[in-house]
Design a protein around this ligand. Structure first.
Ligand SMILES: Nc1ncnc2c1ncn2[C@@H]1O[C@H](COP(=O)(O)OP(=O)(O)O)[C@@H](O)[C@H]1O
Ligand SMILES: [Mg+2]
Length: 185
């Protein structure tokens, strides 16, 4: 499903509203939306790879979903699509991993253990977000207000042992173009 209307996300994600809405995040409007079922880890990884292959400088991907939802799996696919061959591990403890050798400099961040938003400056991430890089942020909903307005918002939900649900919303032109491109591959 692709919607082109600018409507508040909370109308389409009532089941996921709690955490994100308390951050005031989803008041931001999306310009395109896509829903997809991911039937295996391979499908999650391949979608990531497609995003990485089509990514342009400035892309910010916000990954949202509970523990085990598939955020790191998707980020690993994105890294592969950006030409990274090195193992990509979860940045839960380092908070941000940088891959300058990628086709476009790639940052893989995790906001779960971020103490407060000023830490983004210490990590050097605030300057990288949305400018000449590709940034993928796990647990992005914890500090979504720190992300640029234009970002691709991916919500993963556990739909059972072998399946995940994905709701993707684009919040600006860069992410909208990418969202449309990944559907047509
Ligand atoms: N579409 C899917 N269907 C079933 N399992 C999946 C799917 N996508 C990912 N997984 C699996 O879910 C587990 C948790 O994934 P992970 O990426 O570590 O989650 P998170 O980073 O959100 O905590 C992994 O074993 C991964 O292979
Ligand atoms: Mg993870």
């Amino acid at each position: 499903m692709l919607k082109d209307e600018a409507m508040p996300v909370q109308y389409v994600l009532p089941h996921f509203g709690d955490r994100a809405l308390t951050k005031g995040v989803l008041a931001s409007r999306f310009v395109a939306m896509w829903q997809q079922r991911l039937n295996s880890p391979e499908e999650t990884y391949c979608l990531g790879q497609r995003i990485g292959t089509l990514a342009v400088p400035g892309l910010v991907v916000a990954l949202v979903g509970d523990l085990g939802a598939g955020k790191t799996c998707l980020a690993q696919g994105i890294a592969r699509g950006l030409g990274i061959h090195a193992p990509v591990t979860s940045p839960t403890f380092v908070l941000v991993s940088a891959y300058p050798e990628a086709r476009i400099p790639f940052f893989h961040a995790d906001f779960y253990r971020l103490g407060d938003s000023s830490e983004l400056q210490e990590l050097g991430l605030d300057e990288s977000l949305g400018s000449g890089t590709v940034c993928v942020v796990e647990w992005a909903d914890m500090y979504l207000e720190c992300l640029p307005a234009d970002h691709l918002h991916l919500v993963l939900t556990d739909e059972g042992q072998d399946c995940r649900g994905l709701v993707a919303t684009a919040h600006g032109e860069t992410s909208k173009v990418l969202l449309q491109a990944i559907q047509s591959v």
